[in-house]
Write a protein that binds this ligand. Structure first.
Ligand code: BGC
Length: 411
């Protein structure tokens, strides 16, 4: 008797979801924190009778995911939806494989609930070709609270302060910079420094417009030189390790600082760490009121008659943009909602600062997160930055020349 009672809720669950329509989604949310956020998405869809079919490809920044997607699409078998962002949306739209979002849901209310930047990011040729879901801030510096308190360190606000602080941390036996030595993370480190040293306008000229004068300038050479200095504060043990391996050292009080987007916060939240109690979010030194943004979005592939399949596409888009989902998902992911009408008091102090800054700072698209160029060009740029960072013999002036030539060749 007891057994039957215990099994009853389970049976009800299974039978009510047996007819759920499958929706295959490609993404690269496989790290701790990302996984929890993805579960929230999966459950929200299941409540609407959509069964999320996981097509997850491991790999920072989604480089491998995009490659696998290209192969699937070329063989005429794309998934239903995919995590594609920034200018890549346009590349997919050009080949005519994407569903226009305006044909799936009524997008007229988007103007009132989303910033212009968010809307522009998913617009191609005047049409919405993806649904944006959040805003991640990339130019953050994260500090371990325990180490900073124990060593009585103040928050570094200039690069000079930063290097002095890093020396003190090293002298005390802690790792100054939690940094996994991968191409993607090396490039992210460079981006943080470039934004702060060049300022918003020159950063955009160089990495969005690819202006050769700025790319080849003495200021750019200075950025490269300072970038290289960061190398001596990282650990050889982390070469080839993912960002979350590095973030784990912040969570376990072994490393004191990390430059990373706020998806790292999603990971710390998942492991029970609390913003401003266990770790602090501060601006990258000399950040000059700049916010480098990364907007996650999903595209829908044209595949079959979705109306005949319970309008699975429109339910997907509506779920992603619902107020309840926007709050729950973004609290877990570490990002801020894409909607501007969500109660931010339920978010932590770092997200509240991110939200305020997003609405008042100068916004620049993060090139390392594919918001400024296609992933193809971004991967080439990142490789050049990473080779330079890891080669003690590499020279800043030559690398700057190589970078601008490579950009000219690929564009
Ligand atoms: C994505 C984030 C993700 C991060 C790390 C970024 O490019 O936009 O959603 O958490 O990569 O995987």
């Amino acid at each position: 008797m007891k057994k039957t009672i215990l099994l009853l809720p389970l049976l009800i669950n299974i039978s009510s979801y047996a007819h759920a329509i499958p929706l295959e989604v490609l993404h690269w949310w496989t790290a701790p924190g990302e996984h929890e956020a993805q579960q929230i998405l999966k459950n929200a869809l299941l409540a609407q009778d959509i069964a999320w079919q996981n097509f997850a490809i491991i790999g920072e920044g989604g480089e491998s995911a995009i490659r696998v997607l290209q192969m699937r699409a070329l063989s005429g078998n794309p998934p239903d939806a995919a995590q594609i962002k920034g200018p890549d949306i346009g590349e997919w739209a050009k080949v005519g494989m994407l569903e226009e979002i305006g044909k799936v849901v009524d997008t007229r209310p988007w103007k009132a609930i989303m910033s212009q930047i968010a809307r522009d990011t998913v617009t191609f040729d005047g049409h919405y070709m993806a649904v944006p879901i959040n805003v991640h801030r990339v130019n953050w510096l994260w500090l371990n609270k325990k180490i900073f308190t124990e060593l009585n360190l103040s928050i570094p606000t200039t690069w000079d302060d930063f290097f002095i602080t890093a020396d003190k941390i090293r002298d005390a036996g802690y790792l100054p910079l939690a940094h996994g030595g991968t191409v993607w993370q090396d490039a992210l480190l460079f981006e943080s420094m470039a934004i702060s040293l060049l300022g918003a306008d020159k950063y955009k000229k160089a990495f969005v417009m690819h202006d050769e004068k700025i790319l080849n300038s003495a200021e750019m050479i200075a950025v490269f030189k300072k970038f290289k200095r960061l190398n001596s504060y990282t650990s050889q043990d982390l070469i080839g390790k993912d960002w979350f391996n590095a973030a784990h050292l912040i969570a376990t009080d072994k490393a004191a600082m990390q430059f990373m987007g706020d998806w790292a916060k999603g990971m710390w939240t998942a492991s029970g760490k609390v913003a401003m109690v266990d770790y602090m979010c501060v601006e990258v030194p000399e950040t000059r009121n700049i916010f480098s943004y990364n907007i996650d979005s999903f595209v829908l592939f044209q595949k079959y008659n979705y109306q005949a399949r319970n309008n699975v596409q429109s339910v997907f888009v509506d779920t992603l943009l619902s107020k309840k989902f926007q709050a729950e998902f973004n609290i877990s992911k570490g990002s801020i909602p894409i909607r501007n009408d969500i109660d931010m008091s339920q978010f932590d102090a770092c997200s509240q600062k991110s939200y305020a800054d997003f609405n008042s700072y100068q916004l620049v698209p993060s090139f390392t997160q594919n918001l400024a160029t296609t992933s193809h060009l971004q991967n080439i740029i990142a490789q050049i930055l990473s080779n330079y960072f890891n080669d003690p013999q590499a020279d800043a002036t030559n690398t700057v020349k190589r970078l601008s030539l490579a950009i000219r060749a690929v564009k």
